[in-house]
Design a binder for this molecule. Structure first.
Ligand code: NAD
Length: 735
């Protein structure tokens, strides 16, 4: 055998072990080479009479994250090329054959006549978990890091190497569908209890456990290859099946709003596959897989949520000539809502934190937030008491700016008031050395303006977090006019250290993310004032693919904050910069009715004191006046308005040079404010529709709903030339 990605050896009992350990990589992934070597291993196991069975395990800290998604992207490129050269039919056949190879390989493994067992420690996901599902036995370590699952749906795909069929033959159908729809990563015990794996053992014992099982079961075959095999939930067409399938379709709709072709394919592949013998069922799955792989949803999601995200995380925008920062100590000024969260994620990354507020009590309170968050983790079994002690020991609360001495980076999160910020900037600069970088977490004040009060504008940068800090993955890094490369490199090194994803934008009111999401809120407000029933507005937001409707979202971010922003915009840019209907709604909500949002349990919704589901506030009808009859409302147009207003704003930020890279606009929009993930993000949304069609839609909406939908110059030019955001970016990169 000619192996580079596996080590293969057999013991005196005739049990072979294939240890997957790819050279030069921290994590195993499925590549064409790995597939070729697995094929050789199966042949060798079959050919050698002395071998009774084979354990597959990993030589790395983790089993494997699954298939190399760029390999799948390559298949799509091959398809396009072949279609051009040899026609659609040949291209489709080749695409189907190629995209099925992994599935056929796994079927070969499970029917080769000798049993395989997977010994799993760490993550075992996607195509790697499908490999283990093809093994007759699976044992996982009882380690906290061990997870099995099929998360393909998260990048617009679905398990296409047998996963849909094997999981649905191991688990109750409802659980199998749920696991795949959500892309759940399952911990060891629930995995064993639901039938996904056979055993849980200490890490040091998993390989021996698998060997022992193979020795005891040399004739083992998969349950579905045995005569009389019964599906865990019974036949599809049976009284039991009728309890499962109609609700399954309803759950699918509820969870996806039919926006994710891959989720629909899971439903169909399982429904059809469970009525067929396994080989045919696998073929059905392959057909759906080939179809899904060619959808624009899969292409866009793989690009934004896998490829671009990795590139940004690895520092695509970092100035290469600046050596890596030796980041050890970070100062945070303002230990309020945001500062406390920033302190937590910074200490969690192993960095020392000095947490400053106006008095020591406030600083201590900020630190107490970290105590609460780790304690929650301990309760959930995700952290140990020792972790809490170590994390808290890294945070030093203080009211004395002198404690900031020696900080590599200081981030301010004090009140959103330029005067307060200016005082803080001066106090920090007096306390730290000339090399310390200063980051502001302001959400609305232009960074260039704040930097004017700084003695060291080169060191001054925006580091804009989203709330809640410990959950939100995005950090917007904002370049002021004079921000230098060292500040940018430090900000990006810091974001990387705290394991978040950065986008780098140029300075402007609202930067990037808040401008787009602000439009989403405004559109919801304006719809309400048009008399559209609020429940329909909320439903339209979700049907369009947003995580929550615009009114719910506004309740979360606070209605008084929205009013404050509208007032500030009016004061600075004049009355024509805002919409009077929106101003009226927000003013009445906040100033007349004291409705601030979830924080005082009174917003567009009422939040019952003792918990329970929130309900739309009936008083909305009085503010709005008349309400349109639901049958007069065009739901499709509501959805268009809610997405177009955000995508158009993104295109404007691109034209203005606020966002300079479509990858950042897309990734930022999905992880920053949940913009319809299936679209691949704000600019992919436009590219996928085509600039010409998008401009036409904007013009239609502008005619019906006002100037705010008028397409900008850039889009109109793109509509004429047929250019796309990614096409232009590629050209720029080549030039
Ligand atoms: P907050 O009111 O909860 O916290 C501000 C903290 O700053 C308070 O603890 C206050 O005592 C402290 N402070 C004020 N003046 C100070 C001074 N001179 N020295 C030291 N400490 C001082 O506010 P927040 O919501 O955490 O917002 C802080 C900043 O983060 C603002 O600039 C805001 O725009 C920005 N931001 C907020 C959000 C959000 O969702 N709340 C999101 C992104 C950015």
């Amino acid at each position: 055998m000619n192996l580079t990605n596996f080590r293969f050896e057999a013991d005196s009992d005739g049990i072979a072990t294939a240890t997957w350990d790819m050279p030069g990589r921290s994590m195993n992934v499925i590549t064409p080479e790995v597939m070729g070597e697995l094929d050789q291993i199966i042949d060798a196991v079959v050919a050698d009479e002395a071998i009774k069975g084979c354990v597959i395990t990993s030589g790395k800290e983790s089993f494997s994250g699954g298939a190399d998604l760029t390999m799948l992207q390559g298949l799509r490129d091959l398809y396009v090329k072949l279609a051009k050269e040899k026609g659609e039919q040949v291209a489709l056949q080749s695409f189907f054959d190629e995209s099925r190879k992994l599935s056929l390989l796994y079927r070969k493994l499970e029917t080769c006549g000798k049993p395989f067992a997977a010994a799993i420690h760490g993550v075992c996901l996607g195509g790697a978990f499908e490999l283990s599902l093809a093994c007759q036995y699976r044992v996982v370590s009882d380690d906290a890091s061990t997870r099995v699952g099929l998360p393909e749906i998260k990048v617009g795909l679905f398990p296409g190497a047998g996963g849909t069929q094997r999981v649905a033959r191991l688990m109750q159908t409802g659980d199998a569908l749920q696991m795949m729809f959500k892309g759940e990563q399952v911990k060891p015990l629930p995995a064993r209890n639901s039938g996904l794996v056979h055993a849980v053992a200490p890490r040091a014992d998993i390989v021996q456990n698998a060997r022992d099982w193979l020795k005891a079961n040399p004739q083992a075959t998969q349950p579905w290859d045995q005569k009389g095999f019964k599906l865990p939930s019974g036949k599809v067409h049976s009284p039991a099946g009728m309890q499962i399938w109609p609700p399954a379709s309803a759950i699918y709709r509820r969870e996806t709003n039919d926006n994710y072709p891959a989720a629909r394919a899971i439903l169909s592949a399982v429904y059809e596959g469970l009525q067929l013998p396994i080989d045919l069922a696998l073929k059905v799955e392959s057909r759906y897989f080939a179809k899904i792989l060619r959808t624009k949803e899969a292409a866009s999601m793989i690009r934004s949520l896998f490829v671009s995200m990795q590139e940004l995380n690895k520092g695509a925008r970092r100035p290469a000539e600046v050596p890596p920062s030796k980041l050890k100590k970070v100062g945070i000024v303002g230990a309020g809502f945001m500062g406390a969260g920033i302190a937590y994620v910074t200490a969690l990354a192993g960095l020392d934190v000095v947490l400053i507020d106006r008095d020591i009590e406030a600083a201590e309170k900020g630190k107490a937030y970290s105590h609460k968050l780790v304690s929650d983790q301990i309760m959930k079994g995700r952290a140990k008491t020792a972790d809490r002690d170590a994390l808290l020991a890294r945070i030093t609360p203080s009211a004395d700016y002198a404690a900031l001495k020696g900080c590599d980076l200081v981030i301010e999160a004090v009140f959103e008031d330029p005067k307060v910020k200016a005082e803080v900037i001066a106090a920090v600069e007096a306390a730290v050395g000339p090399k310390t970088i200063f980051g502001s977490n302001t959400s609305t004040l232009p960074i260039t303006g704040l930097a004017q009060t700084s003695q060291r504008p080169k060191n001054f940068i925006g580091i804009h977090f989203f709330s809640p800090v410990e959950k939100m993955l995005l950090v917007e890094v904002i370049m002021a006019k004079k921000t230098g490369d060292k500040a940018l490199a430090m900000a990006l090194d810091y974001v990387r250290a705290i394991k978040k994803t950065p986008i780098v934008v140029n300075d402007a009111r609202g930067f990037y993310a808040n401008r787009c999401v602000g439009n989403y809120l405004r559109e919801g407000h304006l719809m309400l004032m048009e008399g559209i029933p609020p429940a329909m507005i909320e439903a339209a937001g979700k049907q369009a693919g947003m995580p929550v409707g615009p009114l719910s979202l506004n309740d979360e971010v606070a209605i008084d904050l929205a009013l404050k922003i509208v007032k500030a915009t009016k004061a600075q840019l004049g009355p024509e910069a805002i919409d009077p209907a929106q101003e009226k709604l927000l003013t009445e909500m906040v100033e007349t009715h004291g409705r601030l949002g979830r924080k005082n349990r009174k917003g567009f919704y009422d939040y019952p004191e003792g918990g329970g589901p929130k309900r739309l506030w009936p008083g909305l009808a009085d503010i709005v006046g008349g309400r349109l009859a639901p049958e007069l409302v065009d739901m499709e147009e509501l959805q268009q308005r809610l997405l177009v207003t955000q995508a158009l704003e993104a295109a404007k930020t691109y034209e203005e040079g606020v966002v300079t890279d479509p990858r950042e606009a897309d990734v930022g929009s999905i992880i920053g404010f949940g913009f319809a993930p299936y679209s691949g993000g704000t600019l992919s949304f436009i590219d996928n529709m085509g600039a010409a069609a998008f401009v036409k839609l904007c013009e239609k909406l502008a005619k019906r709903h006002g100037e705010r939908f008028k397409p900008n110059r850039l889009l109109k030019r793109m509509a004429k030339t047929g250019e796309s955001f990614y096409g232009a970016a590629e050209k720029k990169a080549v030039a």
